[in-house]
Design a protein around this ligand. Structure first.
Ligand code: AQP
Length: 331
């Protein structure tokens, strides 16, 4: 049975970039009966940057409710909170010991985030975070990791770590691959199409959250920046803003980008944006409505997460015993 693992940090409100780049892919994969699906809420990753403790645990439940509201089915997938399974940090420590320091210094996400925060505010956890991600993936004999483009480098590092461990000790880790939908792997900010749509973005107009109301969505799309000229064509270099909106339109409508380009030939940006807003509103509304039902039912969510953590531990602990035996840990 092939295994698919992925996760999202409860570090802010989830947006349509997280949905299109990750969750939408997970939902479409989920019907393959030959696969095992494991989706985590990776709270230990979130604390690599300071999180308000009360808000963090609330957000963990919110992300769980978003997974379910978006169509992740707990009967088909294991859903659990990363910190509920101690095997992740244990395995991360062992993997740290086979990870070259130089590999981590090359991680672009670390470089970007530490530059933004300033070195003095940058934690060692942020530096080591890709090793914890490698542990998340390798503990479950994962074959495929469906992620957005910003995570490809971390999956590549996971492959390097697995190969190094297998070579130094015993070949116990499966070497996973990233699963990427190239066009939708990087949804950009609605206010700056050269920068990624991000949870930590401070300008609320730059991102559409999965819990935004209909009117908020319409307003954000109306105010989204466009490019010079008036043609609606997909050309990320010359027309980054319109290209981004075309990808979002395509992902929510199921229409191809070339079909959209043909349809909007000679039409105005305003008409295109109006139709885009309608499509996004129609797709987000059922997710938001289901989310608000679920988030009111905390006991159900907590129970589901506890059961998920037990199932995850059952799998991961077998791998921990293999690690111990390969490395010679314990007696
Ligand atoms: N803009 C995006 N376009 C496509 N995919 C995206 N993902 C994130 N942003 C986009 C994908 O969503 C999953 C969850 O990511 P994460 O929670 O591990 O953190 P991240 O990639 O750092 O996401 P954010 O939203 O940018 O959060 P902050 O601001 O907290 O750093 C991953 O599969 C990611 O690729």
């Amino acid at each position: 049975m092939k295994a698919i693992f992925s996760g999202i940090q409860p570090s802010g409100d989830l947006h349509i970039g997280n949905y299109i780049g990750a969750i939408q892919q997970w939902v479409s994969l989920q019907n393959q009966e030959s696969h095992r699906f494991i989706f985590s809420i990776v709270d230990l990753h979130a604390i690599t940057v300071y999180q308000d403790p009360e808000i963090l645990s609330k957000r963990t439940l919110e992300v769980t409710a978003i997974y379910l509201a978006s169509g992740i089915d707990p009967k088909k997938s294991i859903i659990f909170v990363q910190s509920d399974n101690p095997d992740h940090t244990y395995c991360a420590w062992v993997l740290n010991c086979v990870t070259n320091f130089g590999w981590l210094t090359r991680m672009t996400q670390f470089k970007d985030k530490s530059l933004k925060q300033g070195r003095a505010n940058t934690s060692a956890g942020l530096f080591n975070y890709p090793v914890l991600m490698a542990a998340d993936i390798l503990l479950y004999d994962t074959d495929l990791v469906p992620v957005g483009e910003d995570q490809i480098q971390h999956v590549e590092l996971t492959r390097d770590i697995a190969k190094k461990f297998n070579q130094v000790y015993k070949p116990i880790f499966k070497v996973p691959e990233a699963l990427i939908d190239k066009k939708s792997a990087r949804i950009m900010s609605l206010q700056n199409p050269l920068s990624k749509m991000s949870k930590s973005e401070v300008d609320p107009k730059a991102k559409i959250n999965l819990t935004d109301s209909d009117s908020e969505i319409v307003e954000k799309i109306r105010k989204a920046v466009t490019d010079s000229g008036n043609e609606i064509i997909y050309d990320p270099k010359a027309k980054p803003a319109i290209s981004n909106l075309l990808v979002i339109f395509s992902k929510f409508s199921g229409r191809s980008i070339s079909d959209l380009q043909d349809y909007y030939k000679g039409k105005k940006y305003s008409e295109f944006k109006e139709d885009l807003a309608e499509v996004v509103v129609e797709n987000i509304r059922p997710i938001r409505e289901r989310y608000f039902e679920l988030i009111d039912n905390k006991d159900y969510l907590i129970d589901l997460l506890k059961k998920g953590a037990e199932k995850a531990f059952e799998i991961s602990h077998k791998k921990v015993l293999e690690i111990n035996s390969a490395v010679g840990l314990g007696i």
